[in-house]
Write a protein that binds this ligand. Sequence first.
Ligand SMILES: Cc1cc2nc3c(=O)[nH]c(=O)nc-3n(C[C@H](O)[C@H](O)[C@H](O)COP(=O)(O)OP(=O)(O)OC[C@H]3O[C@@H](n4cnc5c(N)ncnc54)[C@H](O)[C@@H]3O)c2cc1C
Length: 412
Amino acid sequence: MPDKIIIIGAGVIGAASALALQADGSDVVLIDRKAPCAGASFGNAGVIVNGSCVPTAMPGILFDVVRMLGQTLPPLSIRPTYFHKILPWLLQFIWQSRTAAVKRNATHLHALSEHAVTSWQRLVGTSTLSCLLEETGWLKVYESEKTFAATSKARKLMDETGSKYEVLSAAEILDLEPALAPIFNFGLYQKDCLRIVSPKRLVQGMVDLLLSRGGAFTQFAVERIQLESEKVSLTGPTGILNADKVVVAAGAWSRSLARQLGDDVPLDTERGYHLMLPASTPSLLNGPVMNGESSFVLSPMEDGLRLTSQVEFGGLCADPDYARVRSLLPVAKRMLPGLDAREESVWMGFRPSLPDSLPVLGFSSKSNRVLYAFGHQHLGMTLGAISGSVVADLVAGRKPIMDVSPYNPQRF
Ligand SMILES: Cc1cc2nc3c(=O)[nH]c(=O)nc-3n(C[C@H](O)[C@H](O)[C@H](O)COP(=O)(O)OP(=O)(O)OC[C@H]3O[C@@H](n4cnc5c(N)ncnc54)[C@H](O)[C@@H]3O)c2cc1C
C-alpha cells in the first residue's frame, strides 16, 4: 500500500508538493479550509524570476525602515498595534542584514531559484497548464541616478551568485516597453523569467491535474495536528483525518501548526496588496515592470493589469488598509500614460516570511512523518515548483539537487 500523505494548504507550495509526491506513487490528499488558491498564491504579481537571490534584509535596512516610518504612505509600514508582536521578528530580520548573513542568504536563495524556470517547465510539461506560463523578462525601472545607485548592493549579490541581468539605458527601456513614459533613465533587466497569466488558474489547474491522476482535494480546516505512534492525525470542526505523513504548506498560517508539534519557527507575514485595472487591447505592457522609485509592480494578466505593492506588518487579523495601494494610482498613471486607472477590484494577502528570507523545507524536530514547506516570502510563485520537488525528494529519502540544510526548520 502506498503511503497516504495529506498536504495542508492548497496554495502554490501545497499544490506543487502534492503533484510531486503523487508522481512518486503516494496516495495524496490536498486539503484547505477554503477552495484552492485562496491565499497569497491568488493575488501576486505572477513573476517567476530565475536566479532571484536578493534577500529582503539587506545592509542598511534598519535606516530604510526608520526613514519609511516617517513617510505618509510608505512602501513598508508597521501597524502600531502590531509593533510589539513583530518586534522579535524585526530584530532577527535586522540581524540578518549583516553583510555576511546577506551573502549567505543570497547564496541559498539562489541555490533554489536557479532552478525556477526549468522546474516550472518540467511541472507543467505539455499539459494544458503550459499556456498559463509565458517566457518574459523582468524589468525594473528607475528615474533618478540616486535610486538606481541604491541597487548597487543587490547587483553585487547578483554578480557574486551568478544571477544574470543587464543594465538598460532610457532608449533600451523604451525599446522593450514603448508604452512607458520616457521618464526612466535606468533599467535592470533579467531575461530568463516566466510570467503567469493567471496565478489563480495555474494553482487551480495544478489541483485539477492532481485529481485527474487519482489524487483528492478536501475542504477541511485543521485546528489540531497530533503525532500518534504510526500516523499523524488532524482535527477540525468537521472531523478527524489520519495520514501516514503530513506536509504543512499552510503559508502564513503555518506557524501555529508547527508550534503544536513543538517547533517554534519565527514565521510572520508581510501583507501585500493588489489593484486590478482594466485590460487594454493590445496590452500596454509586454511583461511585468517594477517601478523602482515607488516599489510597485505593473503586471499584465489575462484579466487585466495588476498593480501589486506594499509590505505591511500587521499580522493575520487586522483589516486591510487599501488607501496605501490606491495612493499609487497617480504614480502608475504617470509611469504608463495610457493606463486606464479605473479600479476593478482590490485585494490583500499574506506573504509567509522568515527573517532570513529563506523558506523552511524540512522535517519536524519531533518526527519524519511531518514535513514543513512554508515561508516563501516574496518568491513563492518563483520557488513553487522547485520546492515541490524538494518536498518529494525529502519524503522519498532521495538527495535533493541542492544542499537543503540551509532551509532546515531548526536553523533559528
Ligand atoms: C502582493 C504580492 C505579490 C507577489 N508577487 C510575487 C511574484 O511576482 N512572484 C513570486 O514568486 N511571488 C510573489 N508573491 C509571493 C507569493 O504569492 C507567495 O510566496 C506564495 O503565494 C505563498 O504560497 P503558499 O502556498 O505558501 O501560501 P498560500 O498561497 O497563502 O496558501 C496557503 C493555504 O493554506 C490554507 N490554510 C491555512 N491554514 C490552514 C488550516 N489550518 N487548515 C487548512 N488550510 C489552511 C490557506 O487557506 C491557503 O489557501 C507575492 C505576494 C504578494 C502578497
